[in-house]
Design a protein around this ligand. Structure first.
Ligand SMILES: [Fe+2]
Length: 234
């Protein structure tokens, strides 16, 4: 009897040990995967950056004008929406959450860089693909964009995410990421540098301009499977 009880007790204890070991492996795996995962807002923004790089490479590595035109429109559509959404959502977040006036400095620097990028994008989006300056103009624009992306990913976003890790700001990276993605649905899909980078003015003038852009997108060529991309699904 006592032997049976001891055996049963050993089985239960072994089961408990394996559960604890399993839990500890699971929690280690969870912690590791969380540690490897980028914060939500950084993930949303860097995902756009990678797409822009992909579209750029499709254009500069192609000899086919139809292919270049389709990806040129896709590049413009992605960069225009991404830029305005950052100006409306991300740069005000720099100012709000990064303390000591540093966030304001990040935001002002990025707004200046965006203005230059939007001027270069406007020139590019108005070019016919047959224009010998089509690819050189894109390369000129991309050089500025690469520099801007590098600074955003290595300085600005890490500073914001560090501020968002504070207890009082917890969860805001996720909610900002959602708002950023939703905002891209209703902002202009072509470059309008004259609208400036002030979120209050840009937000007001952006909506009617966006409607005009989105209708005109219906008549532009896009890569296969992305014909007149519907901003509301992105
Ligand atoms: Fe940006």
């Amino acid at each position: 009897m006592s032997l049976t009880r001891n055996f049963a007790s050993s089985i239960v204890k072994a089961g408990q040990r394996s559960q604890i070991a399993g839990a500890s492996i699971n929690s280690r795996t969870f912690v590791t995967s969380r540690a490897l995962r980028k914060p939500a807002l950084t993930e949303a923004i860097t995902d756009d950056h990678r797409k822009l790089s992909e579209y750029y490479n499709e254009i500069v590595n192609s000899n086919d004008n139809d292919h270049k035109e389709r990806f040129g429109n896709q590049f413009t559509w992605e960069l225009a929406r991404h830029s305005v959404a950052e100006e409306l959502i991300v740069y005000p977040a720099f100012e709000k959450y990064i303390p000591g006036g540093v966030g304001k400095e990040h935001a002002e620097k990025d707004r200046k860089q965006h203005h230059k990028l939007k001027e270069l994008l406007k020139d590019f989006q108005n070019m016919k693909v047959e224009n010998p300056e089509y690819v050189p103009q894109l390369k000129k624009l991309y050089k500025h964009l690469e520099e801007h992306i590098k600074e955003e990913e290595s300085d600005d976003l890490p500073a914001l995410e560090r501020a968002l890790e504070l207890d009082e700001n917890r969860g805001n990276s996720e909610s900002l990421a959602k708002t950023f993605s939703r905002t891209k649905a209703f902002v202009p899909s072509r470059s309008h540098p004259a609208a400036g980078e002030n979120p209050y003015i840009e937000g007001t003038v952006g909506l009617p301009v966006a409607i005009f852009d989105h209708i005109a997108d219906l008549f532009r060529k896009y890569p296969d499977g992305k014909i007149s991309p519907n901003p509301s699904t992105k």
